[in-house]
Design a binder for this molecule. Sequence first.
Ligand SMILES: Cc1cc2nc3c(=O)[nH]c(=O)nc-3n(C[C@H](O)[C@H](O)[C@H](O)COP(=O)(O)O)c2cc1C
Ligand code: SF4
Ligand code: SF4
Length: 261
Amino acid sequence: MVYYFSGTGNSRYAAHMLGELLGEEVRSIPATGPCAERLAEGKDKTVGFVFPVYAWGVPPIVMDFIKRLPEVLTSAIRSRKVPVWCVATCGDETGLAVKMFRNGLRKRGLELSASYSLIMPNVYVLLPGFGTDPKDVEEKKLKNATERLRRIAAEISRKDWEHDILVGSLAWLKTALVYPLFRKWGVNTKRWHTTDACVGCGRCSAACPVGNIAMEGGRPRWGKDCTSCCGCFHVCPTGAVQYGHVTENAGRYYLQKGIEL
Ligand SMILES: Cc1cc2nc3c(=O)[nH]c(=O)nc-3n(C[C@H](O)[C@H](O)[C@H](O)COP(=O)(O)O)c2cc1C
Ligand code: SF4
Ligand code: SF4
């Protein structure tokens, strides 16, 4: 089984590719709950988690998911000795995100057999100074990520367990200081709005992984449950979604592979 969370498609792409190469079922964390039945029937060879790095940490929605894994599932993973692995997708570096994830799993009595970082195109645009990669960098990252995913799948298949993480500089400082600030102040939902370029297509609403955007009178309306994934900004085909003024000149990137909106 491969569980994933994704706002702009990178982690979804990685999860689906790994699922296909490993012959595992793939499930979206917000869309579907944990599944104990397949594991109990011996259908899951491994249990994997794929998620983006947020502020050198793990998206709160993913931490909540492992916190709430049912006991019947965690005890079956332990008793059947099913290996657990994770892939953290990031624009540059993970900080101590994987350590945070590992500690969360340990609290549920589970150990990570293998963990990997996977550099993919950058999507964070909500603060000045951050933005997407130039197109040539984006293409190179996608090519390298695809090759790395094949290697990761081969290693997992061989049970060749390893921890291969690009932590980056000052990792402790970034994760310990910035991540808590992100959790508290990461997004001001009142800043999301559309310009006159909105054509009412509803793609922002369909793409929001947590169902935070309702279409009302042919226009999107943002609720209060935003995870700051930036998906609605990047997916809009007319560039109508903005976050205050900070995104006015930001580039857009959305990896559509594997879904229909
Ligand atoms: C809120 C937010 C915070 C992010 N923080 C980091 C970070 O600390 N380090 C990093 O390398 N990339 C960071 N990124 C970039 C994403 O981790 C990266 O683009 C990821 O592959 C996006 O995955 P997704 O398309 O599955 O949502 C951040 C992106 C978002 C939306
Ligand atoms: S995706 Fe863009 S154009 Fe479509 S409804 Fe949302 S804001 Fe409007
Ligand atoms: S509303 Fe928030 S959670 Fe939903 S797509 Fe936009 S940024 Fe992501």
